[in-house]
Design a protein around this ligand. Structure first.
Ligand SMILES: [Zn+2]
Ligand SMILES: [Zn+2]
Ligand SMILES: [Zn+2]
Ligand SMILES: [Zn+2]
Length: 233
């Protein structure tokens, strides 16, 4: 019981990122070891601040989760609520806010299957659509073949580097792996293997987080600076 309790406290300290004066902590634990205190009493003393810190983490996670979701003016086919834009493994999609009660979701694309990007052709002002070619995805003018303009696929967020006017674009490495870079390359060499999302890190104020996904944990977002992890998306 004792060692489990100590493990729990250490876990909670790690989770909460709280810095308790190490010496005081050790003293308290020594007392537990020495049998001066009942462990419940020590838990009581430590629990309140831990609980507060943990609640605070939950708040931050909720904040990140909320900013990852944006309501759009498109109704759910099943229940009529306004859908929300969410970030998934393959970019953004629309999902019902009543999830998990209503599991309706659809990709951000029209009936013809073309994914309309939130960007205009610089040559003729028509919409850009997303296409997939030999070298990965790219944006092309919807008036093709009349207009042959193509450009890198901008995923909809500005380059995170300060004072850079570039956009984050999807690229494919020589080995065929997708990564993200700045449209101003080679003037700006910002790049990331993980897909960035335009949400400020609540902990260190880094201007963006990145999407991660593991088999065991599913999808979540992480700060590339302070490494803190947030809401599953
Ligand atoms: Zn619904
Ligand atoms: Zn065009
Ligand atoms: Zn840049
Ligand atoms: Zn951070």
């Amino acid at each position: 019981m004792k060692s489990r309790f100590i493990a729990l406290i250490l876990l909670v300290i790690t989770l909460g990122g709280i810095q308790i004066a190490g010496a005081q902590m050790e003293q308290e634990l020594d007392k537990v070891e020495g049998g001066d205190f009942k462990w419940q009493a020590v838990v009581g003393d430590f629990y309140a601040p831990f609980k507060e810190a943990l609640d605070h983490i939950d708040e931050k996670k909720d904040g990140v989760r909320a900013s990852l979701q944006e309501e759009v003016d498109v109704q759910c086919d099943k229940c009529g609520r306004n859908l929300i834009k969410k970030w998934g493994r393959n970019g953004q999609f629309l999902a019902c806010p009543a999830y998990p009660d209503c599991r309706f979701s659809r990709p951000l694309e029209d009936e013809a299957g073309a994914i309309h990007l939130d960007a205009k052709c610089p040559k003729c002002d028509a919409n850009l659509i997303l296409k997939t070619g030999r070298y990965g995805r790219f944006a092309a003018c919807e008036r093709y073949p009349d207009c042959k303009h193509t450009e890198s696929y901008a995923i909809g967020i500005d380059c995170p580097r300060e004072k850079c006017a570039g956009k984050v674009v999807e690229k494919v490495s020589k080995r065929g792996k997708v990564f993200y870079g700045c449209s101003k390359y080679p003037d700006c060499d910002w790049a990331s293997w993980d897909k960035p999302v335009s949400v400020e890190c609540p902990t260190c104020k880094n201007p963006y987080l990145v999407q991660k996904s593991t088999k065991s944990r599913g999808e979540f977002v992480k700060c590339p600076e302070c490494k803190e992890e947030f809401a599953e998306v």
